[in-house]
Each structure stands twice: as C-alpha cells, then as structure tokens.
Design a protein around this ligand. Structure first.
Ligand code: VGL
Ligand code: ZN
Length: 211
C-alpha cells in the first residue's frame, strides 16, 4: 500500500549534521546511510523543514562540563534526568554543520535548538524544560500544513522527541523508520518506539511512500 504525499504535508529532517555522522563526535552508526534516502523522500514533499542541534561550547548537556562525569552517564537537573554527551554540534564548528550531502534545495526553514546553555533540546518543538518553545509549532500552524513525516538522527532522541511533541501539538505524525538511525543507549530505542506508539505516532518504511 502506498502513502500518497499531499502538497500540504511536511518532511521534517532532524539533525543530519557532521557530529552525528561517521567521524563525528557523537556519530550515530549508519547515519550516513540514510542521507540518499532522505534526498529521495524530499523530492516527494513540497514542504521541508530541517532541524539543527546548536550548542554553545559550555552546554550543560556536555559531560565535559561536569567534573567526574563521563559521556552517557546521567545527572539530575531542574527539569529532570539529563544524559551527558560528548561535546557535539558546537555552534560555528564543522560538526554543527548540516551535511552538504543533503540535497534539498527547497528546504524552507532551519530550526536551531539547544542554544540555551542551561537547557538541552532534543525536540524541534520545545526544550527539555517542557516550557521554552522553538517556534516550530507556530510556524507550521501559520503555514496551515498537513501531516508531518519525520526522518533523521537520532531515532531514539531528537527524532522521537520531535515526533512526540508534534503529536502532542495536534499534528498527524509519521516516522519513516528506515530513514532514521538510533544511538540506542540503555534501551532508549525500544522505549522511544513504545512512547511513540502510545502517543499515536505512525511508523512506516520508505518504500510505502516511494513505491
Ligand atoms: C541528539 C543527543 C544529543 C540527537 C542531540 O540529535 O538525537 N542526541 N543531542
Ligand atoms: Zn545535542
């Protein structure tokens, strides 16, 4: 069965940046494999939005900012549990750049997130304090868009949180599974799919769209 993409549908391409690709500081295994597929999918969409993880060098999510802590350990912050990461996507560094292999000249908006030093932001919609909004929902509502299709990196963090917040915001959200790759730290991928399933986020394969 093929899913027919409508002119008002939107492709949301999450964090296809050098630090999340092989050779990057927080490389997601197989992250480069999805780039040609995303390019192919993007041709089906009139509307494409990109997100970009964009941190100051002393961002609170970096293990390097917490004495005695190593990447992938967690700490408790005001807004809840925070996973600590290797330094990544530091603004104005190459690692933060969106891959130039992404061939989507018609992409209309790049939403940056994670630029507040004290708050992480996996989601393209709101920061981890669950209060500070990025403006993406306002943009999409003002554009009167249809369904959201989410692809990119990483399935279990920024893709999942973006999909969940989209659904919570009333959008019809579908994740295109084979156009994502996961970090999968400590069962995070299984949990992410369970959360998305419960929130009514649909899960499809790219062939259902590409035919
Ligand atoms: C991401 C961890 C930290 C992601 C961003 O894009 O999934 N993961 N920052
Ligand atoms: Zn980040």
């Amino acid at each position: 069965m093929t899913i027919a993409i409508q002119p008002e549908d939107v492709l949301v391409v999450v964090d296809v940046q050098y630090d999340f690709l092989p050779g990057g500081s927080l490389a997601v295994a197989g992250g480069d494999e999805i780039v040609p597929l995303i390019n192919k999918l993007a041709q089906k969409f009139r509307n494409v939005v990109l997100t970009q993880d964009w941190h100051p060098a002393d961002h609170i999510s970096f293990a390097s900012q917490h004495a005695g802590k190593a990447p992938f350990e967690t700490i408790e912050l005001d807004y809840g549990i925070q996973v600590l990461w290797p330094d990544h996507c530091v603004w104005q560094t190459r690692g933060a750049e969106i891959s130039t292999d992404l061939d989507i000249p018609h992409a209309q908006l790049i939403i940056r997130k994670g630029y507040n030093r004290q708050i992480d932001s996996y989601s393209g919609f709101q920061e981890a304090d669950r209060e500070t909004l990025t403006g993406l929902a306002g943009y999409l509502n003002e554009r009167d868009v249809g369904r959201l299709f989410v692809v990119g990196l990483a399935t279990d963090f920024c893709v999942a949180w973006t999909a969940l917040d989209g659904a919570a915001g009333g959008f019809d959200v579908t994740v295109i599974e084979d156009a994502t790759r996961a970090i999968n730290a400590d069962g995070s991928l299984e949990k992410a799919w369970a959360d998305m399933d419960e929130a009514g986020v649909a899960r499809v394969m790219s062939r259902e769209i590409l035919g």
